[in-house]
Write a protein that binds this ligand. Sequence first.
Ligand code: HEM
Ligand code: SF4
Ligand code: SF4
Length: 505
Amino acid sequence: MYAIEARFNAVFGEYNPFYHLGDLGFFFFFIMFFSGVYLFLYYEPTVRGSYNQLQYLTRDQWYLGGIMRSLHRYAADAMVVVMALHMLRELVTGRFRGGRWFSWITGVPVLATVYLTGIVGFWMVWDKLGQFIAVRTSEWLDWLPVFASPMARNFLTNTGVTDPLFRLLMIMHIGLPLFLFIFLMLHIKRISRARILPPRALMLGTLSALVLLALVQPTVSQHRANLSVAPNILHLDWFYMFFYPLMQSWSMGAVWAALAAVTALLLVLPWLPGATVEPAAIVNLDYCSGCGLCADDCPYEAIAMQARSDGHPLFLQEASIITDNCVRCGICTGACPSSNPFRRIASEPLHRARALKSGIEMPNHNVEMLRRQVERSLAGDGKAGRILLVGCEHSADIETHAAADVALLRIPCIGMLPPAFIEHALRQGAAGVLLAGCRKGDCYHRFGDAWLRLRLNNERRPMLRRSVDRSRIGFCWASPADQQHLYSALESLYHSLHGRSDNGR
Ligand code: HEM
Ligand code: SF4
Ligand code: SF4
């Protein structure tokens, strides 16, 4: 997957569609909405009118109505494609467990509603494909013992199909997208600053591609539905109808069983054993001033600012963790001004711990541990002058780069590193610090790389002090498949620190 994405990176750069699958999904939804409003103005919900009106748009009004129809269809197909890729991507990268369970679970009704809306849409055209869908779907529904008389009986003859059916289909085709929108809003509820629109260049490029497709290959209806003749050649829309052929070769009960099994699997997936569960972030009230920086930087709405509970005379607010939302990224530690190794612990009041503590930290990666690790790796005989390589758990593997002149520090996300720790490492004797995070635009925890860059550029608090020599800091934005990039970044920092002539490595 990383290899495929790397090829797209080479062509699209920061507009790589793989990094925008969710926002592209929203974009296609909006295209469907606007083109759908236009189609609605012409659609006639009757047995003959439905087919006639769509034919009119395609043939007589091809320059606008036809394009709108094609945009509606192709955006619907594209939505299925980006949704499937988005889902697959979250699955293979493990971004569906822990605090992300909510987005995963709310994705399931999104998936179901997209399919229901699409299938009803194809039915409404009332061509041979609509006929096929009507017959197969009703036979499939009839397998469930819910209808008093079999639904499929309505599709035995042309006279069985009446206008009210098309009014019902139209109401469903308008109502289901409303539910879809509600599910989508729920889907991103626990995601801070969720992107619902792709970058402008990607939107323009995508829309242009759809319009071009609409002109080159306009959407057309198949022959008018006629229930006295069974359709023998069909052009299925495989994005929506891939499971219809199964109804031909399997029993209807088996198709229901497969659907129930897939749904059940999707619904339990986030809780299946497999991933180690780290404890969530914790707040140390003694060190929290209520500044709100952590809440602003948290990518998963897991920090709420609330009224002070300890009656502090100066500070009015405190951070509080919503444990269920927390994905254990540690970005909040990187945001907290008290995650500062230069704080004078010795002069702290006695009731405070004599270890370095931050207002907010990860129990298994607290700032005292970080400080000790940095100091241990740089203090002692022959350790001064090393490069400190700080890597996140999801980027290129730093372990393979251990060497006499390279000290390693692995943290959950590169955004967890408080800027003051970089200065600390340099003062402790590091020749330079190399920061390794995920590929640009693809941070595993959404904002880790972006927040770090802004903090080091003095555009976001907490900032790296201006006096720190930036030329001693290197960056590497790479995936686990880009081991070579990390090697090159290390080489390049090494040479810029020691001069090209030094070939001791
Ligand atoms: C067309 C339908 C869908 C749309 C438009 C959509 C949209 C989105 C958006 C905008 C985000 C936030 C991305 C960000 O800003 O970082 C997101 C996250 C997510 N989606 Fe979807 N989604 C759809 C379907 C699904 C489905 C079917 C599933 C799985 C069943 C799913 C699972 C997830 C998960 C697990 C996340 C959290 C990812 C993370 O935290 O890194 N989505 N989705
Ligand atoms: S570790 Fe911190 S920043 Fe990350 S999700 Fe939890 S509370 Fe938010
Ligand atoms: S960043 Fe630190 S000091 Fe500020 S509110 Fe969060 S925990 Fe408190």
